[in-house]
Design a protein around this ligand. Structure first.
Ligand SMILES: O=c1[nH]c(=O)c2[nH]c(=O)[nH]c2[nH]1
Length: 307
């Protein structure tokens, strides 16, 4: 009798990278580029490869990598949500023992810049660590209209030098923080939206491009809303500001069911310079404190109308 059993497994290829150039048919020098890092993990009938050292069912991870690259060449990869759907449907239909798949795609931000007052046709600036991330979890047994699809923005670093407050919080014998009506607010935005699959439709129609413009416009709106509210609101707290951002995204995008924000509060501490001839420091010189940082998370849903 064997001692152990397999409770769960998945495998595939991570860190598959490509840069794709999309050329305009009418103007071969007019390009778009996509730099992406892809992870595809397979689920299915692979137990004997773990429990009996029988490799028969294993689709090699090398094949998974080759497939990602061939599909990236043969199909439109814009937007990444569509490409994720294409990958998921490929692996589950090609191999009868593959019953599900998770796909994760990290997309870099390459943005065209202006040359002589006009947007360049094919020259781009890399916008730092910020990424667009798409995650798709699909199991055939749930049917093609039942999947988990999320899109997120990660590492969009922002800072405002005023219009941020924090006061009225709980005070006890451990409290040293001073209330403020004017502080620096800085964070690396992680914003994630969960798509409502009954509004999007089946994976096949997504893979055929039926929702391309929805994916693109919600991404632009979520990013704009985040930056707009960050700039415009006199923030009462990170908590209140992130809730307002999430609510605005839900209002704008009916295809989204939940919005999650995870925001580190990157502290900038005012230097006390009074020791030097009583020098005043009117929120002008700060110490960027690398640690510790606050970390504030929330997931926001839409209230359904009462009947
Ligand atoms: O916006 C904030 N939220 C907090 O929960 C918190 N805690 C803290 O020390 N500073 C802040 N700021």
């Amino acid at each position: 009798m064997s001692y152990s059993y397999l409770t769960d497994s998945t495998y595939g290829k991570d860190n598959v990278k490509f840069l794709k150039v999309k050329k305009d048919k009418s103007n071969p020098k007019l390009h778009e580029v996509m730099e992406a890092t892809v992870k595809v993990l397979l689920k299915g009938d692979f137990d004997i490869s773990y429990t009996e050292a029988d490799n028969t069912p294993i689709v090699p991870t090398d094949t998974v990598k080759n497939t990602i690259l061939i599909l990236a060449k043969q199909y439109d990869t814009w937007p990444t949500e569509k490409f994720a759907a294409k990958l998921a449907l490929h692996f589950t239909s090609k191999y009868s023992h593959v019953s599900g798949v998770t796909v994760e795609i990290y997309q870099d931000r390459w943005v065209k810049y202006n040359v002589d007052g006009k947007e360049s046709l094919h020259s781009f600036v890399h916008q730092g660590p910020e990424k667009k991330i798409v995650f798709l979890d699909y199991d055939e047994k749930n049917g093609p209209s039942n999947y988990l699809l999320t899109t997120s923005i990660k590492d969009l670093t922002v800072l405002k030098s005023t219009n941020s407050m924090f006061y009225g919080y709980n005070k006890c014998e451990y409290t040293t923080l001073k209330p403020t009506t004017d502080r620096i607010l800085s964070t690396d935005v992680f914003a994630l939206w969960e798509w409502n699959c009954s509004k999007l439709g089946c994976l096949k129609s997504i893979a055929q491009g039926a929702k391309d413009s929805t994916f693109d416009s919600v991404y632009v709106s979520a990013r704009d809303i985040t930056l707009d509210i960050f700039a415009k609101e006199n923030s009462a707290s990170v908590q209140a500001t992130m809730f307002n951002m999430a609510t605005a995204i839900l209002k704008k995008a009916p295809e989204v069911s939940y919005v999650t924000y995870e925001l580190p509060n990157k502290h900038y501490l005012l230097f006390d310079l009074k020791w030097f001839r009583g020098l005043e420091n009117d929120n002008e010189l700060f110490y960027p404190s690398p640690h510790p940082n606050g970390l504030i998370k929330c997931r926001v849903g839409r209230k359904t109308a009462k009947l």
